[in-house]
Design a protein. Sequence first.
Length: 400
Amino acid sequence: MELEFEREAANTAKLDKLIAEETRWSREGISARRTRNQGRLRRLHALRQSRREIIARSGTAALVAADGRTSGKLVIEAEHVCKAFDDHVIADDFSTRILRGDRVGIIGPNGAGKSTLLKMLIGEIEPDAGVIRRGTNLDMLVIDQKRDSLDPNLTLWETLTGGSSDQVMVRGTPKHVVAYLKDFLFSPAQARSPVHALSGGEKNRLMLARALTKPSNLMVLDEPTNDLDMETLDLLQDVLADYEGTILLVSHDRDFLDRLVTSTLMFEGEGRIEDYAGGYSDMMRQRAQSRSQKHQVPQKTDSRKSESEKPEPAKTRADSANRLSFNQKHRLKTLPNEISALLDAISKLEKLLADPQAYSRDPAKYALAGKTCDQYRKDLASKEEEWLHLEMLREEIEGP
């Protein structure tokens, strides 16, 4: 049994490398995504499905083995979990199994309880009912997006080293702090700059740099793409694509999920949380297929009923729904130009913010540029999300 489990783990590791390769390929601009190579995306989806099948098989083996969690292969297992706050049901009879190397995305409407589920899975909140087990030898890293966790009066150097050294430990290997900061797109001059001189995106980049000096095999991220500039987002994608441990990720960014996760937990409403293979687009396809299959179930009808008594054919109602509206088509055409304009504006502001002398020359102008840039990034994220949503609708209706 153990030999079979190790074989499955080896196969999973190989698939993880292929998934990481496809993830790196898929990290590109909005225009390229709009004309993306469908063959390579199908390959990524196939890899995710293959990995899901391996997880299912190895999961069965772990249940049969005596306390398979001691091997470290099981990271988190939830069984019949329930959680509610007053009348708001977060989870009702929820079960899942997360194994080493899994990258799990958690998505759902605002207020559904995504962060609550994440906190239950990692042990910060207890469920009302059910059991959550965690594997052995877990070194958990929580990426904290709260900027107040940074001391604004410390320099970047001091933030990473505590001021007592010129080196940081990265995966057990010492590295000079200036070289490490350069990995995160900071100039050598910025190493001695105070944290309060950084833009919002740069602070997030510094928090990421600080967090990744800590050893871990389980990375937990709650809305990590908020307020990230384009360069930091690329960095984060690189880090997650190459990460060898397990990832739990709450995000509203559908494209980010598509490029990184191997399975998705979706809040369907009324405490129902469904587990889907792949990212957001894969989840949408699986849900559409499930709805289609339900609609195709034949219903018994009384042939003696008159034509006027028979219900309106489902096809007629579906036809009116299965097409983009005029406004949706218009937005699909205009959004790329709006996105391109925002990218240009962000790029110009980021050049200003990257100038090490800009803050000392005009602190007020620098601060305003940082706030404006942060707002543009939020607008960009919103427009990209709108575009991706409409594009996925179009693909569901018209095909790729």
